[in-house]
Design a protein around this ligand. Sequence first.
Ligand code: ADP
Ligand code: MG
Length: 163
Amino acid sequence: MQAFLGLGSNMGSRLEALQRALDLLSTEAGIRVQRCSRVWETDPVGGPEQDDFLNVVLEIDTDLTPHDLLAACNRVEAQLGRTRDVHWGPRTIDIDILLIDDLTIADGSLTVPHPRMHERAFVLLPLLELLPDPVLPDGTRLMDVRLPDQPARLAFPPLSIPA
Ligand code: ADP
Ligand code: MG
């Protein structure tokens, strides 16, 4: 299966956290990281006053079930020291599952496509680098979605994908 993951960091060494998350994801059994977007810096959306984020989107190839993929993402978050204290607060790393093929999933623990992805420039901009014309399972073309008016900058070298 092809899936897209959204990664964000706004605490500590943000670029290092993204690279470490990419490296750890690629060591997870059943996950192969295929491509990575550029690194975007974005102002925080919602939540308390906090520092700017760095965001990337990864394209992965996976044999995992969607819930096992979520568990793998949560493991990598935990390995990078993510604690869940302030809701929508600062985080060393956040890993969201954006899309898995054209699956639609909505149960207590997992919603795919990610329900807020089309409201977030920090997801749309990097995703559009990897997919020129993404279409959601319900037929929504992300090209037609009005890009949210959120400041975003390209100011960092790309991450590297382990061989
Ligand atoms: P947020 O990313 O909205 O800031 P969290 O990272 O704390 O919040 O995620 C909270 C929960 O969201 C996770 O424990 C997970 O069960 C759930 N969740 C639901 N759908 C998804 C998804 N598509 N990707 C990642 N987490 C998801
Ligand atoms: Mg999350």
